[in-house]
Design a protein around this ligand. Structure first.
Ligand code: FAD
Length: 406
């Protein structure tokens, strides 16, 4: 028996190993990861870790002893370079080949590069790994003015930290609002207001044409000629799925490794989970989605582990996500985009509000700001398929919890 080989020791790869053992799988499990060290969680990298509220040990997904106790072999610092599907072998950069009965691709994603001159200057950072966070943290301690390119989750979380540390920060975004692809315009407006109150400056609708050095960055050049002075620049313009191994092995790739409702590729011996997987989702009317979240990585891993342990079931978990930005705790349940109607529950002035997003008359997702009870109710509503009317959702007197619990 060759057992199960996993490419990736991130959130999804780790969970796959852990869930295989929870499901009673007794065969060999090997996780190959190109980062050094044992599996760790990324969310604190743009939050508590940068603030110095947790250290590297605090990021660990399990203590060191867990892996030996559960017979999970971690091959850290090893890169997988090819899949020999005919022979069912994974080839490593070292030249070694690992035979598998089943291969799980949990390769995650990488930062989208900023395609302008100067993007490789000293002082220009991205944030994906612990090593990135260490470099960014050291740079922030010395920085006098920060520019963030991209008003996505990572950019906004970092901007909130700069503001908390009293460092002037400008967020430059090509679209007309923050989180334009991720949240409703109503929620984006609330988030923008909070950041502005904390001292963050936004420049919307601006394209970055270059980063100006000569050796270290000193400014960000905008397409219309304006410059934003900065000695630290964080580029946070999204991520790309690590699907090259799958593509080179002849597997279907469609904005990520294409899998079916069971998270299996067209090769019955290969599955894909987490950020790298493109999945037909019942929460998107069966359309393919590629979700970048801890929940998606964890629940996808649980789904595949159950199947490999003999209990197959489709992946139907309700997507959910969170982002902490200074005083804001944003939580999203379901897939809100696209939606054709949105109603608010709660008073925006109170700082605690939810936006209920509807698609074709049914609840598609709920964005909650500092309103965790709504978030939990929303997950339950979406799981059970119970959809309040927009009027009910907007009515503070309507008992959503009772509806959710049926
Ligand atoms: P990853 O965790 O990226 O793991 C993939 C691993 O595979 C990596 O270590 C990679 O180096 C390795 N790998 C890739 N190719 C190979 C290869 N060929 N050979 C060997 N190894 C390989 N999500 C939330 O829900 N809430 C949050 O608040 C949140 N905050 C975040 C903050 C930051 C700074 C970042 C970067 C992400 C955040 N996320 C958050 C997203 C979340 O962390 C990811 O969705 C999750 O890590 C995805 O897990 P994964 O296992 O698919 O990928």
């Amino acid at each position: 028996m060759n057992g199960i080989v996993v490419v990736g020791t991130g959130q999804a790869g780790f969970q796959l190993g852990a869930s295989l053992r929870e499901n009673g799988y007794a065969g060999p499990v090997t996780l190959v990861g190109d980062e050094p060290g044992l599996p760790y969680g990324r969310p604190p990298l743009s939050k508590a870790y940068l603030l110095g509220k947790t250290d590297a040990a605090g990021l660990a997904l399990r203590p060191d002893a867990y892996f030996a106790e559960h017979r999970l072999t971690i091959r850290a610092g090893e890169r997988a370079v090819a899949i020999d599907r005919a022979a069912r072998r994974l080839l490593l950069a070292s030249g070694e080949a690992l035979a598998y009965d089943h291969l799980v691709l949990a390769t995650g994603s990488r930062n989208r590069p900023l395609p302008v001159p100067g993007a490789d200057l000293a002082g220009v950072h991205q944030l994906r790994t612990l090593a990135d966070a260490d470099a960014l943290k050291a740079a922030l301690a010395e920085a006098r003015a920060v520019a963030v390119v991209g008003a996505g989750f990572i950019g906004l979380e970092f901007a909130a930290i700069c503001a908390q540390k009293g460092c002037p920060v400008t967020v430059i975004e090509g679209l007309d609002r923050p989180l334009a692809r991720s949240v409703s315009p109503a929620m984006a407006a609330l988030i923008e207001t909070s950041h502005v109150r904390a001292g963050t400056r936004f420049l919307f609708g601006r394209a970055v044409s270059g980063l100006i050095g000569p050796d270290r960055v000193r400014a960000v050049a905008l397409a219309e000629g304006h410059e934003v002075a900065a000695d630290l620049v964080l580029v946070g313009i999204g991520i790309l799925p690590n699907d090259d191994l799958a593509r080179a092995a002849g597997l279907r790739v469609e904005n990520g490794v294409a899998v079916d409702a069971m998270l299996a590729t067209e090769d019955a011996a290969i599955s894909a989970i987490g950020d790298c997987a493109s999945v037909p989702s019942p929460h998107a009317g069966g359309a393919r989605v590629r979700i970048e979240s801890v929940q998606n990585a964890v629940d996808g891993a649980r789904c595949v582990a159950a199947r490999l342990a003999g209990r197959p079931a489709a992946f139907t978990a309700v997507p959910w996500f969170w982002s902490d930005q200074g005083p804001l705790k944003l939580q999203i349940a379901g897939l809100c985009q696209p939606h054709d109607r949105a109603v608010r529950r709660g008073d925006p002035e109170s700082g605690s509000v939810s936006v209920f997003c509807y698609r074709a008359g049914r609840l598609a997702g709920v964005e909650s700001l500092n309103r965790p009870a709504d978030h939990m109710i929303a997950r339950r509503l979406l799981q059970t398929g119970r959809s309040p009317t927009p009027e009910q959702a907007a009515d503070p007197g309507f008992d959503l919890k009772a509806l959710a619990l049926g």
